[in-house]
Design a protein around this ligand. Structure first.
Ligand code: NOJ
Ligand code: CA
Length: 554
């Protein structure tokens, strides 16, 4: 293994693999993924060919939202390890040329965070309460929430506290679970604390952060009701948030080009134009382009989305950060497998309905389409985020037993929205019964979410070296991507096919990427060159339906 030289702005064209630590690999057999387990798989990740890993939050946390409820921003969750285990992981990753990104959660913390405990113990109007958003209720006795804002997990975004004398007290704001109180970013202690947290981890060697709910943080100072406009509009995307990223970018850049630190925003805003504002030259280097993830399997929709990315983000000089899966949405295989959409129950947000669609599925079709989508994505200029399990074509577990579900969305939505547990089921490393290699053979506990029997069919060990496996496709695509594309070549040219509205094709440098969305085979014109890589075996020079290929002209 040779440590790689730092390349300028490595993140602009990097492939980053998202590790949901709790579900990746369990080193000590307690049924919960941990840092030792992850460390033992670094050779696997290096061999796959990724440039970096992003770890979902691994700070001490009561796990009300699996780590997105942080009780201590500068420690490590004891179930996952400790700071020494974290340092060892970073060192081993670095030795393999793999960058490490952490997950920063600045919009809210855990209700067990010492600041929130101090706020509960202090009086209304105190400096302790000022770090959060406490208000008196409406109604004669303050029995109604201060405004109509809703939790993203269902129900009101406010919970009433109880005073020391046992009487009902003020309410506090939480855009997610009641165990996740929102910070008041207008109190200078809050930004000051997060600047220290950034430096703490940068000083320890991390290469960047993914920023949770990056469009949150600031709320409209008057906390007005939302109406007519978009959902909770006064709670997100406030102008002041951009100053936060200017200051964080300056901190990241102060570590110099050798460190080349990145910040990747999770920014869910209504338009790509609004997203691009976060990517101005002195703000975030990166933000996920979720627009493509929300498209159904349709050539026109995909093309329009890709065009939006180039027009709004690429045109500003920012890199585009592509992704099709993460720990909040249904796995791509299962999204593209839907053959007939079920009716969306009332109360489900339209975006949730698109990112976690339910209905009848054809899994083999979903796998074909997800493999094709992977080649499409990896041919595009920009950065790429893969979610653990995508490289083995793993489907969503749609039928977890109700009593196994842990996502607070399930409870808070009154069991209407099943939530996100189905993409968080511990990975199958082998086809061995027990835990499919997730935990050591002598484990004392079962995996924290139950794995279905069919996970055996997707086992990593059985896919390694199998020329037809999804793992092999990813491994080859990651190598070919480095060999075939010039990362500096950040433009694509669409190749129009007037007779085939279901086929997308574009050229990047010497390579043509073609994706057949429909079922009809497609014969690429000879001038596009020879097929270098295909998501399904071509038949007599023709690509079968639901297939993508890279062709290179001589
Ligand atoms: C977005 C994260 O990705 C999600 O998992 C979490 O529940 C919310 N933010 C709240 O932190
Ligand atoms: Ca463990």
């Amino acid at each position: 293994m040779t440590p790689q030289q730092p390349a300028a702005q490595w993140w602009r064209s990097a492939v980053v693999y998202q590790v949901y630590v709790r579900s990746f690999a369990d080193g000590n057999g307690d049924g919960i993924g941990d840092l030792a387990g992850l460390r033992s798989k670094l050779d696997y990740l290096a061999d796959l060919g990724v440039d970096g890993i992003w770890l979902n939050p691994c700070y001490p946390s009561p796990q009300a939202d699996h780590g997105y409820d942080v009780a201590d921003y500068t420690g490590i969750e004891p179930d996952y390890g400790d700071l020494a285990a974290f340092d060892a992981l970073v060192a081993d990753a670095r030795a393999r040329g793999i960058k490490v990104l952490m997950d920063l959660v600045p919009n809210h913390c855990s209700d067990q965070h010492p600041w929130f405990q101090a706020a509960l113990a202090a009086a209304p109007g105190s400096p302790e309460r000022s770090r959060f958003v406490f208000r008196d209720g409406r109604g004669a006795d303050g029995e109604l929430p201060p405004n109509n804002w809703q939790s993203m997990f269902g129900g009101p975004a406010w919970t009433r506290t109880t005073d020391a004398d046992g009487r009902p007290g003020q309410w506090y704001l939480h855009f997610f679970d009641a165990a996740q109180p929102d910070f008041n970013w207008r109190d200078p202690e809050v930004p000051a604390m997060f600047e220290k947290v950034l430096r703490f981890w940068f000083d320890r060697g991390v290469d960047g952060f993914r920023i949770d709910v990056a469009h949150g943080l600031y709320k409209h100072p008057e906390l007005p009701d939302w109406s007519g406009g978009h959902f909770n509009e006064h709670g997100f995307d406030q102008p002041e948030v951009h100053d936060v990223y200017r200051s964080w970018r300056a901190i990241a850049d102060s570590y110099g080009p050798e460190r080349d630190i990145t910040l990747v925003g999770e920014v869910w805003v209504p338009t790509v134009t609004a997203l691009a504002a976060y990517l101005r030259a002195d703000e975030l280097p990166q933000a996920f382009f979720f627009d493509l993830l929300l498209q159904n399997w349709d050539a026109g929709n995909f093309r329009a989305s890709i065009d939006r990315a180039f027009a709004e983000i690429g045109a500003t000089g920012a890199t585009i950060t592509w992704t099709l899966s993460n720990h909040d949405v249904h796995r791509a295989v299962s999204r593209y497998a839907v053959t007939r959409l079920a009716e969306v129950p009332e109360g489900i947000d339209p975006q949730v309905a698109r990112s976690r669609p339910r209905g009848e599925t054809d899994v083999a079709r979903g796998v074909r389409r997800a493999r094709a989508a992977a080649l499409l994505l990896l041919a595009l200029p920009g950065a790429q985020f893969l979610y653990q399990g995508e490289e083995i074509g793993l489907p969503e577990v749609l039928d977890l037993p109700d009593d196994a579900r842990q996502d607070p969305t399930w409870r808070r939505s009154g069991r209407v929205d099943p939530g996100r547990d189905g993409c968080r089921v511990p990975l199958p490393w082998t086809s061995e019964p027990g835990s499919f290699g997730f935990s050591p053979a002598d484990a004392t506990a079962k995996p924290w979410l139950p794995q279905p029997d069919w996970f055996a069919d997707y086992a990593v060990a059985d896919q390694l070296g199998d020329p037809s496996s999804t793992h092999t496709l990813y491994r080859e695509a990651l190598r070919a991507r480095k060999a075939l594309f010039d990362p500096g070549d950040d433009a694509i040219v669409w190749l129009d096919l007037p007779d085939r509205a279901d086929v997308l094709a574009f050229r990047r440098g010497d390579v043509a990427c073609v994706v057949v969305f429909g079922a009809e085979p497609f014969a690429p014109p000879a001038e596009w060159g020879a097929i270098e890589l295909a998501s399904r075996e071509p038949e007599a020079g023709r690509l079968p339906g639901e297939t993508a290929a890279w062709l290179r002209r001589p």
